[in-house]
Design a protein around this ligand. Sequence first.
Ligand code: SF4
Length: 221
Amino acid sequence: MLEERARRERLLAAEAAGAAACRKCAIGSQRRNNVYGEGDPCAHVMVVGEGPGETEDLLGRPFVGRAGQLLEKMLAAIGLAREDVYICNTVKCRPTEPGLRGPKNRAPEPQEMANCRPFLDEQIDIIRPKVLLALGAPAAKSFLGRDFQITKMRGRWYEGPLGIPLMVTFHPAYILRQTGGEMTAVKRLVWADLKAVRAKLDEPAAAAPEEPEQAALFDGV
Ligand code: SF4
């Protein structure tokens, strides 16, 4: 297993170097750091978000800042540490648009996701996770097409690349934008999706882990 881990690490490092040199999209020349991805190269779960934000661009790491903290809580709720999974995005460079105080985040454009898809496909091929977890509508659409509607179609299993089971749930940044009862309602939906991921990881063992009463698990971010 150590040899296999080292092999995957070498492959991922080579791909990351390729992504760092890539300028296929305009955002490749505008970003500060390429955010290729990080985590366990032998992970059973691969988390795919939409794209790096400002803090990620600054640090060159995916899912840092408040959304990253909430993602870590979400993973912990199903018994996974951040180090247990592999985390990346559909695009490796921060998509921006002009804002009053400088560049601001925007969702990646379909062409940018298409340009970057070979990097994502390689990551999936190298890691071969048991489960893909897409966070947010852009990530879901990159796998399931532009007609995917996250509010109606999340929470089910889909067939992802290489036949890997794919679950879609809300992006942590979206959860953080909700308030009051709406935030609680979204957290409940996310918790249901995460439980499905846990159950998939536990197959064929039927025993499910104890289910703590939810919503509260993600509090305090
Ligand atoms: S987003 Fe992806 S394809 Fe586009 S420039 Fe960055 S690394 Fe290259």
